[in-house]
Design a protein around this ligand. Structure first.
Ligand code: ZN
Length: 144
């Protein structure tokens, strides 16, 4: 599912590096899995929080989950957000792998509201072009 950005286009996109490239450019939920111990972790880091390993695979996570927390932001933290408030930020626990939580915005919520326990499915923004780099796609959650 592709959609326009929930937040304004003027808001800078995350810096893409070797660790987070799979998550921001694949258009699917890619979860970091340690090659040494098999632990999964998100957000992706340069080392495994369980064993200290440095080598990872990136497995596809399930695109559905449950809102386990959310907030409504009323004060813009960036000038590009001045006209976007209030907006929501949700934390979603994926159906698989268990225990993995992913932050995003809930698109199509009623008056920017979310509910704990609400079932959601992942969608991605249309690719955001960046000069000389792979386009970024941002995760956005949609009500099921
Ligand atoms: Zn590990």
């Amino acid at each position: 599912m592709k959609s326009q950005r929930y937040l304004p286009d003027a808001l800078p996109v995350p810096e893409v590096n070797d660790v987070n490239r799979a998550f921001f450019t694949s258009g699917e939920i890619r979860i970091q899995t340690c090659q040494a111990c098999g632990s999964v972790q998100h957000p992706p880091l340069e080392l495994c929080c369980t064993c200290g390993g440095f080598a990872f695979d990136y497995i596809a996570g399930q695109s559905s989950g449950t809102v386990c927390s959310y907030t409504i932001v009323h004060h813009p933290t960036h000038s590009a957000l001045a006209d976007a408030v209030p907006y929501n930020v949700v934390i979603v626990e994926l159906d698989q792998p268990p225990g993995v939580r992913v932050i995003g915005n809930l698109v199509g919520g009623i008056e920017n509201r979310a509910e704990i326990g609400q079932r959601v499915v992942a969608g991605w923004t249309t690719p955001i072009e960046r000069e000389g780099q792979a386009p970024v796609q941002l995760l956005q959650w949609h009500p099921i």
